[in-house]
Write a protein that binds this ligand. Structure first.
Ligand code: E4P
Length: 217
C-alpha cells in the first residue's frame, strides 16, 4: 500500500519524507490556498519545490474545466517534472482529457470521485489513479469505505490497472480499513500517518526497558 501525504505544507511533506514511508504527495487548490500559495507562478514554483523535497509522485491539479484548457494546463504541469501526475476533475471533459493523457503516456489522477460508476469511467479512460473521497462521504452519512470496496470489486473483476487512491482520509482507522479492503494508495494528513505509530504499551514498555537498563549503569 502506498502512502501519500495530502498537503501543500512543505515542512510536513519533508517530515513525512524523512520518516521513510512516503510514496508521494497530493495537493489541491484548497490545500495550496491554505498555505498562502496563490497565483499561477507561485503555484507552479511550489510544485517544483515539492518535487525536489520528495522522491515519489506529486499530484498537481488543473483549474480548467474545459477539455482544451485541461490539456494545455496538464501538459505544462507534466513538463515540470516526471514525478508530476496530472489531477483532473471527474467531469465529462475531465474524462476526455484523461483518455488523451493516457494515450500520451502522461499519468493522471481523477479526483472528486464519489461513486463506483465514476470510478469505472475513470478506469475506462485509462486513469493512473482514481481518488474516491471517503471522508467527505462519511461527512454526509454515507459509508466512504463501502465505496472503496465496490471499486475494488469492479477493478478486480476486469483487471483494471487504475490504482485506487483513497482520498479525504482523516484518521488512522481510515488508513487501516483501506488497507484491509485493498486500496492501492491512501492520501491523508501527517497526523493520520503518525497516528499509526502510537500505542501506550509501546511507550510504557520502552520506559521500563530504559529504567531497567539504567539500574545496571
Ligand atoms: C485528494 O486528493 C484531496 O486533496 C483530499 O484528500 C481532500 O480531502 P478533504 O476532504 O479532507 O478536503
Amino acid at each position: 500500500m502506498k502512502f501519500f501525504i495530502d498537503t501543500a505544507n512543505l515542512e510536513q511533506i519533508k517530515e513525512a519524507e524523512a520518516l521513510g514511508v512516503l510514496d508521494g504527495v497530493t495537493t489541491n487548490p484548497s490545500l495550496m490556498a491554505k498555505e498562502g500559495i496563490t497565483g499561477e507562478a507561485n503555484i507552479i514554483q511550489h510544485y517544483v519545490d515539492i518535487c525536489e523535497a520528495v522522491e515519489g509522485d506529486v499530484s498537481a491539479e488543473v483549474i480548467s474545466t474545459d477539455y482544451e484548457g485541461m490539456i494545455a494546463e496538464g501538459e505544462k504541469l507534466a513538463a515540470l517534472n516526471p514525478q508530476i501526475v496530472v489531477k483532473l476533475p471527474m467531469i465529462k471533459d475531465g474524462v476526455k482529457a484523461c483518455k488523451y493523457f493516457s494515450s500520451k503516456g502522461i499519468r493522471t489522477n481523477v479526483t472528486l470521485v464519489f461513486s463506483a460508476g465514476q470510478a469505472l469511467l475513470a478506469a475506462k479512460a485509462g486513469a493512473t489513479y482514481v481518488s474516491p473521497f471517503i471522508g467527505r462521504l462519511d461527512d454526509i452519512s454515507t459509508d466512504g469505505l463501502n465505496l472503496i470496496e465496490e471499486i475494488r470489486m469492479i477493478y478486480d473483476n476486469y483487471g483494471f490497472k487504475t490504482e485506487i487512491l483513497a482520498a479525504s482520509v482523516r484518521h488512522t482507522m481510515h488508513i487501516l480499513n483501506c488497507a484491509k479492503i485493498g486500496a492501492d494508495v491512501m492520501t491523508g494528513p501527517l497526523s493520520a500517518i503518525e497516528g499509526l505509530l502510537k500505542h501506550p504499551l509501546t511507550d510504557s514498555g520502552l520506559a521500563k526497558f530504559l529504567e531497567d537498563y539504567a539500574k545496571g549503569n
